[in-house]
Design a protein around this ligand. Structure first.
Ligand code: UD1
Length: 365
């Protein structure tokens, strides 16, 4: 079976890595091709993950870069179609919910190439979020859908997707976390930033709804100003966020926060070490809500909703929105010891990729 894997943006790399590693165990059964769309192209948004995760170099790099949603999606489709025509894969595997995911799924489906979607069925029910369209469209295109949590199976059932296509396999991103945790913890990243274990908050911020609107971003910075007065905050900043801070003239606010340290985006292992050692994580990322749950570290999600409800009902995640007073109150509550204990979640056991490859293997027979 010839399988073409697609990656494009930062959160894709840790999801594809365990699937490729598992398939590589069966070289007589699977021929693997890795395509990188180039949606993310900076070394610290892409290259460092190939090194940290021991991913093979992409066989094909499309180099599409940044642009509006229509431009980026269209460029990926235009560049991906000839690759499909040349390589004629039996399956295309797409992961997550980024523009590369939907663009490649649609291109493949229109050429009659089968599509498997890993991390299917998640829904925020918030269509102001670009990823929500990517999720819904990819799921309705896909021939095989692999889910991470029971809510996803329920969402797909409600949308009329035949149950035979959907398989609850667990979470490939957690496969990667469990595989690399020891290596990550061996790094001396705390020393590098002068931090102590459980003595700091870790922050990430990149959603357009938080960083593209000056009033919202200003409110979040106000909240951070109060939080950093209580404990150091480390902030590896996404390029979009750095751009907006500059554009809105907010650099001065950050300079005033002596206990908040902004850095470049970090590699996978360094960031995993920091998450595992943080007292508290503040984020608007999707994946980090899941990773902190498995690490048992309190997570405050600076969004109005989550497509990953199991992290709230069974994990360490609390959805707090972007209201500054609420963010500060919830952060102080965590510092006062009021946080949720995480649990081991069903099938988040490091073996999701094994299950996915077993299903694909069955389909091939
Ligand atoms: C994308 C995904 C989002 C995911 C996030 C993780 C979509 C719609 N969004 O958002 O779901 O959570 O990745 O990071 O697919 N830029 C650089 N260097 C890079 C990449 C981007 O400087 O290597 C800058 C560019 O100015 C670009 C902006 O970041 O315009 C946004 O990049 P883009 O890929 O459009 O979306 P993200 O915000 O990264």
């Amino acid at each position: 079976m010839r399988v073409l894997h697609v990656v494009g943006a930062r959160p894709n790399f840790m999801k594809i890595a365990p699937i490729m590693r598992e398939m590589a165990k069966y070289p007589h059964e699977f021929e693997q091709i890795l395509v990188h769309t180039g949606q993310h192209y900076d070394d610290n948004m892409s290259k460092v993950f190939f090194e940290d995760l021991e991913l093979p170099q992409p066989d094909i790099y499309l180099g599409v870069g940044s642009g509006s949603h229509a431009q980026q999606t269209a460029r990926i489709m235009l560049a991906f179609e000839p690759v499909l025509l040349e390589y004629k894969p039996d399956w295309v595997i797409v992961v997550g919910d980024v523009n590369s995911t939907v663009a490649c799924a649609l291109t493949a489906a229109k050429l009659g190439v089968k599509v498997a979607h890993v991390e299917a069925g998640l829904r925020s029910f918030d269509r102001t979020m670009p990823e929500e369209f990517n999720r819904v469209l990819t799921d309705h295109i896909a021939d095989l859908l692999f889910t991470t949590e029971p809510s996803a199976n329920e969402n797909l059932r409600q949308e009329g997707i035949p149950e035979g296509k959907v398989h609850f396999v667990g979470n490939v991103m957690i496969d990667t976390l469990l595989r690399h945790k020891e290596r990550a913890l061996a790094l001396n990243i705390l020393g590098k930033y002068g931090l102590e274990s459980r003595g700091f908050a870790l922050l990430t911020l990149h959603r357009p709804s938080n960083v593209d609107v000056p009033e919202v971003l200003a409110g979040i910075l106000d909240a951070l100003s109060e939080i950093q007065a209580r404990l150091p905050v480390l902030f590896p900043a996404h390029p979009r966020t750095v751009e907006r801070i500059r554009e809105f003239g907010f650099e001065g606010r950050l300079v005033g926060m002596q206990n908040l340290r902004m850095t470049e985006p970090l590699g996978y292992l360094e960031f995993l070490n920091l998450m595992a050692n943080a007292r508290l994580v503040l984020t608007d990322s999707g994946g980090i809500q899941e990773e902190t749950t498995i690490l048992g570290v309190p997570c405050l999600t600076l969004r109005e909703n989550t497509e990953r409800p199991v992290t709230v009902t069974q994990g360490t995640n609390t959805v707090v929105g972007s209201d500054p007073q609420r963010i500060v109150a919830e952060a102080l509550a965590v510092l006062d010891g009021k946080s949720k204990a995480g649990r081991v979640l069903e099938l988040w056991d490091g073996r999701a990729a094994e299950r996915i490859v077993a299903f694909l293997s069955e389909v091939a027979e």
